[in-house]
Design a protein. Structure first.
Lengths: 110, 115
């Protein structure tokens, strides 16, 4: 069983559309991170959410941490081809281990 | 932030051979992490490398197959030994920097193809 369930696995949308990616778990976390990875590169941190109910915005990206700190969502408004990539949620486990969700591949077509 | 140089960026290797991947960080870090990733999929932790001690391996990964060196606080190597086509994957090294929130930095990865 995956610690973090991420959905959808794959999204292919047109430029200008909105989308939401979900990251769910039955466990409670002190914090949760979202990373984006482009082909041929390592993942890059987008945001860390810490407080239940917290909402953070990064330009057209809106991140929310669930009230119970068990889930999170990433919403992209007016997606652009530059948003194309693999989106990963992640949490820190005991022993300083970063555990990732299965990932969502986003493709934005122009 | 941390800048991580990983090499080689890609390689095609014959089965039965070994490949050593190098990871150089521009700052001193206690722990370095090695991950494996199938293209378009999530990252799986292979092991944690601490300077001055043996690496700690995750379930399903063993030292004989993935020996790791950590000679100092800025460098580590991962060797993929006696390779088979099932070892074809992307291998990434990573470090944490602790500030307000812990942030992981990654090398650009090594794309390995075993033929």
């Amino acid at each position: 069983t995956q610690l973090l369930e991420q959905s959808p696995q794959f999204l292919s949308i047109q430029e200008g559309e909105n989308l939401t990616v979900y990251c769910n778990s039955s466990s409670v976390f002190s914090s949760l991170q979202w990373y984006r990875q482009e082909p041929g590169e390592g993942p890059v941190l987008l945001v860390t959410v810490v407080t239940g109910g917290e909402v953070k915005k990064l330009k057209r990206l809106t991140f929310q941490f669930g009230d119970a700190r068990k889930d999170s969502s990433l919403h992209i408004t007016a997606a652009q081809p530059g948003d194309t990539g693999l989106y990963l949620c992640a949490v820190m486990e005991y022993g300083n281990k970063l555990v990732f969700g299965a990932g969502t591949i986003l493709r934005v077509k122009s | 932030s941390a800048v991580i140089s990983q090499k080689p960026s890609r390689d095609i290797c014959q089965r039965g051979t070994s490949l050593t991947i190098q990871c150089q960080v521009d700052s001193q870090v206690t722990m370095m992490f090695w991950y494996r990733q199938q293209p378009g999929q999530s990252l799986t932790l292979i092991a944690t490398a601490n300077q001055g001690s043996e690496a700690t391996y995750e379930s399903g990964f063993v030292i004989d197959k993935f020996p790791i060196s950590r000679p100092n606080l800025t460098f580590s190597t991962l060797t993929v030994s006696n390779m088979s086509p099932e070892d074809s994957s992307i291998y990434l090294c990573s470090v944490f920097l602790r500030g307000l929130n812990t942030e992981a930095f990654f090398g650009q990865g090594t794309r390995l193809t075993v033929v």
